[in-house]
Design a protein around this ligand. Structure first.
Ligand SMILES: Nc1nc2c(ncn2[C@@H]2O[C@H](COP(=O)(O)OP(=O)(O)OP(=O)(O)O)[C@@H](O)[C@H]2O)c(=O)[nH]1
Length: 600
């Protein structure tokens, strides 16, 4: 984000953008609430500002909360902008050219629970977008015997606990550090980290009691100041650059976009370009909206209009024609540039986050461009081809698209964190299109993979049911019960699976003779459908006469059509028994003596 779309010189430092990620229930919302709450409590009234989708906490408030940990004179960044919607879905929305929009992230991990699926997933996204992060080891107040005192710094809080409590907490903290290191991330308690570019700092804290929250803010502020200052340089007078967080209906304004502006200024009446498919939207800002301070909210007027917004800040943008805007897409003010140039910038940025699709594969829907990108790249790693991918709820046209996939299991829609419209659900059911929904990427993929396995097993069974199985049997001496029409003889199965209604052949040197059709099998007077190796049964064979075409002591085989032989040999060898395999290879050998390519 350090490179700018436009040429003007930077004149100001913006607020670093902070995102909060972590596993469900590990305390993301509580932590954000605590930061906001402490800020309201500690700061002057109105010192923190609630923006659309974000909360700005100015440096003075941070230094009030952090006490002696932060000396405001050491900093020239204006504070921190926390993105309000926690979770990695919103995080992956927060992207801008070349990576995540968030400058830094807090990965929340419950000390009791350690790493969980969404923690891993969040880490993968952080790694993919090269976003620096710190770990908030949350809920330290739940260690049995913990003695709380609101809002103390972490180390002070820990050192005032009993030895037992300290040692229990340490065990949990080292477990988390170990889990990080198994992901090749070297981490340590933040107060021991010398170089935050090489090591991830772990901040033990409680979103409940506020203990450790001063440390968290201090580390965030320090890291931003130390390593991100250059990237925070912006030209406030320049045309704004931002990212769509959410596309929403707003009463009185139609479709609006909640946006985070990370560079420049956006004003009422500015012409903007917003990422969309197939072409970016060009429109004029009708209104810029911010939430009204709580006290002033009336039911009909949640928002107040502001004339302009300077980065970094969240804002709701009302403008005509925003229906097709996409969460995660870029927003640019045109300013005094050529519209075509700005369109190119937006197209390029969209192309960067474009997901690649193939001729054949599954259909994928996700809530944002960023999450779509994350999902499709995970599918790619798992070698699941994607035929169509888009942002938004699952609609009937997605079902129609999925239906065109060639294989049954690819006639599936993988829906990540989106709704399925009622008519789409009905249609999917009616057309037998698989519908998979989840808000954890790897769970979504897992449930699809299980389904594929089930289908493949069922297909295998179906194939085995319909394919002629190898069998070899011998006519027993003195066991001719009827000479012809049909011939009825006693046989022993020498190998394989003999089924009713099979054609029977005999090999004479290199010649194959069809001797007739085996109609029925009787085992001790009872009709049966099949007989296996070693069993002695009576069979009726339509066609031959005993003593002419067949005689006692003859070896007979079930005739396997060449196509079936090929499938058995190439695809089903693992699904048939060892003795069937043996009979098959003897059978193939006899045919291949005559024609080496038989069944190949
Ligand atoms: N004792 C204690 N409870 C906590 C702490 N942080 C969060 N909780 C509790 O843990 C539960 C989950 O917290 P949330 O903040 O809703 O967790 P979340 O990660 O935002 O959850 P989702 O938004 O559902 O993903 C709530 O009941 C919180 O009150 C903490 O530091 N100490």
């Amino acid at each position: 984000m350090s490179e700018h779309d436009h040429q003007a010189e930077p004149d100001s430092l913006r607020t670093p953008i902070v995102a909060v990620l972590g596993h469900v229930d590990h305390g993301k919302t509580s932590l954000l609430d605590k930061i906001r709450g402490s800020a309201v409590h500690e700061g002057e009234a109105g010192a923190i500002t609630q923006h659309i989708g974000s909360t700005a906490v100015p440096l003075e408030v941070i230094s009030d909360i952090a006490g002696e940990l932060v000396n405001p004179d050491d900093f020239d960044l204006p504070g921190l902008l926390f993105i309000d919607t926690p979770g990695h879905h919103s995080f992956s929305t927060l992207r801008s050219r070349g990576g995540a929009l968030a400058d830094i992230a807090i990965l929340v991990v419950d000390v009791n629970d350690g790493f969980q699926p969404q923690t891993h997933e969040a880490m993968d996204i952080l790694a993919r977008t090269s976003t620096p992060f710190i770990v908030a080891a949350n809920k330290i107040d739940t260690v049995p015997g913990w003695n709380p005192e609101q809002n103390r710094p972490s180390k002070v809080a820990i050192e005032s606990q009993s030895e037992r409590v300290q040692s229990d907490l340490n065990d949990s903290l080292y477990e988390i550090i170990g889990q990080l290191s198994s992901k090749d991330i070297s981490a340590d308690m933040y107060w021991r980290v010398q170089d935050f570019q090489k090591n991830v700092g772990v901040v033990p804290l409680s979103a409940e009691t506020g203990e450790g929250v001063p440390d968290l803010l201090t580390v965030l502020m320090g890291l931003s100041q130390r390593y991100m200052k250059d990237e925070m340089e912006i030209d406030t007078a320049g045309p704004a650059a931002g990212t769509v967080l959410e596309v929403k209906d707003t009463q009185g304004f139609g479709t609006t976009i909640d946006t985070v502006i990370y560079d420049g200024t956006i004003r009422e009446d500015d012409t903007i370009v917003v990422g969309s498919k197939p072409e970016p939207i060009v429109t004029d800002v009708r209104a810029l909206l911010q939430p009204k301070p709580l006290a002033e909210i009336r039911a009909d007027e949640e928002f107040e209009q502001v004339p302009e917004v300077v980065a970094a800040e969240g804002v709701k943008v009302a403008a005509p024609d925003l229906d097709d805007a996409m969460a995660g897409a870029p927003v640019r003010v045109v300013g005094d540039r050529e519209l075509d140039d700005v369109l190119d910038i937006v197209r390029k940025e969209l192309a960067d986050i474009e997901v690649s699709t193939e001729e054949e594969g599954v259909t994928v829907k996700a809530d944002t461009l960023g999450s779509l990108e994350a999902l499709v790249s995970t599918l790619e790693e798992d070698e699941i081809p994607v035929m169509d991918a888009g942002v938004g709820d699952v609609a009937p046209r997605d079902v129609r698209m999925a239906e065109t996939a060639e294989t049954a299991h690819e006639q599936s829609i993988l829906a990540f964190n989106v709704d399925v419209l009622d008519d789409a659900r009905q249609l999917a059911e009616q057309e037998d299109v698989g519908l998979f929904e989840h808000d954890v990427i790897y769970r979504l993929i897992e449930s699809y993979q299980e389904y594929v396995e089930e289908i493949q097993e069922a297909q295998q069974e179906q194939i085995l049911e319909n394919i002629t199985r190898p069998a070899r049997f011998e006519i027993l001496p003195d066991h001719t019960f009827r000479q012809s029409d049909p011939a009825v003889v006693g046989v022993e199965i020498r190998g394989g699976l003999l089924r009713r209604n099979s054609n029977v052949v005999a090999f004479e040197g290199s010649d194959t003779d069809r001797v007739g059709t085996l109609k029925t099998i009787q085992d001790e007077g009872e009709d049966v459908d099949e007989a296996r190796t070693g069993e002695r049964v009576a069979v009726s064979i339509d066609g031959p006469t005993v003593g002419r075409q067949i005689k006692e002591g003859d070896q007979l085989w079930v005739e396997i059509p060449e196509k079936h032989a090929k499938i058995l040999e190439q695809e089903l060898t693992d699904d048939i028994s060892a003795d069937e395999r043996e009979v098959l290879s003897m059978y193939l050998e006899r045919h291949r003596n005559r024609d080496p390519f038989w069944g190949k």
